[in-house]
Ligand binder design. Structure first.
Ligand SMILES: [Fe+2]
Ligand SMILES: [Fe+2]
Length: 318
């Protein structure tokens, strides 16, 4: 039932049964609390030496990737907030609690990249790394903020699905994962940037819970109203071209062979492989019992399986 916070008449935590720790969002919350990490604890001194030893092209490519990540993490920190209010309005305290951790983790990811830039001595304005990347601008200054901010005035299930597909399945599930693949090419091929490697490992661990929550949220809406399955597919189709554009734009603006043996076709293929892989898990929720969906751990198991597959694939390129 929908209610404004200003009309609070009782407390979920005081009710009989209070908070269900077996519910999917509470399981994610508990897991995340056990995996706390602190960006300030990561030693970045070797990274500074490695960046200093790079050629200009290598340094540009590395900074471009880090700048895209950092601005992306800042964007998701801000843009998730209407989803917290939407969960509060629905009276879903467990989701609201989990999303406080989720948004905190995004803030921490932003912090980690900024600490890295400062530690390697790159302190000038970094906007030039994203200014000419039109698909990046479209996703991070238009599609992402607009679809999330819509929830502030209309948190309908359909709008929640459009927001989640944009945020969890495209930005996190496709762009960030393809970005890890780039980092693997840069770092592992030469055994450089140990601090960045640690940062990416921690971020990837947090992101698996984020994407699992996105799959869970789409599943519960599709289970409640079968007509919403079309909204998932529709939003995916709308974003496919700009998402692939984010992956290829840096290559298209580059003269000659890019550094670190990164390859546009390999990267695009990797991204394409990630785009649709959560759709099947959402589709299986059609017609499912909502009480089962709320306790079903399969979105989390799915991310762990994807992680194992990705790790094997990354190992092969490194
Ligand atoms: Fe993040
Ligand atoms: Fe995330």
């Amino acid at each position: 039932m929908s209610r404004a916070v200003s009309q609070r008449t009782g407390f979920t935590s005081l009710r009989k049964g209070g908070i269900n720790f077996d519910s999917f969002p509470m399981r994610l919350f508990t897991k995340g609390n056990g995996r706390h990490w602190n960006p300030a604890d990561i030693d970045l001194s070797q990274d500074a030496a490695d960046v200093a030893a790079m050629t200009d092209d290598e340094r540009w490519w590395t900074c471009s990737l880090a700048a895209q990540f950092m601005a992306g993490e800042e964007s998701v920190t801000q843009d998730l907030q209407p989803f917290l209010a939407a969960m509060a309005a629905e009276g879903r305290l467990a989701d609201e609690m989990y999303l406080t951790q989720f948004v905190y983790e995004e803030a921490k990811h932003t912090e980690a990249f900024r600490r890295w830039f400062d530690a390697v001595g790159i302190t000038e304005d970094l906007h030039s790394y994203i200014a000419d990347n039109e698909p990046y601008q479209q996703i991070f200054t238009k599609e992402l903020p607009e679809s999330l901010q819509t929830l502030a005035h209309d948190p309908s299930p359909r709008n929640q699905i459009r927001a989640s597909v944009t945020y969890n399945h495209i930005v996190e599930g496709t762009l960030a994962l393809t970005g890890y693949f780039s980092w693997q090419k840069i770092c592992a091929s030469r055994g450089i940037l140990p601090g960045m490697q640690q940062i990416i490992k921690h971020i990837g661990d947090d992101e698996r819970r984020h994407m699992a929550w996105g799959t869970f949220t789409c599943r519960r809406h599709v289970a409640a109203d079968d007509a919403l399955w079309d909204a998932v597919d529709e939003r995916m189709q709308e974003l496919l071209v700009p998402a692939m554009g984010v992956v290829t734009a840096t290559f298209e603006g580059w003269d000659g062979p890019p550094p670190f043996d990164v390859d546009m076709n390999e990267m695009a293929e990797y991204a394409m492989d990630k785009v649709g892989r959560r759709l099947g898990a959402i589709e299986t929720a059609r017609g499912a019992d909502l009480r089962v969906i709320d306790l079903d751990a399969s979105p989390e198991a799915l991310e762990e399986r994807f992680h194992a597959e990705d790790a094997a694939q990354l190992q092969a390129v490194g």
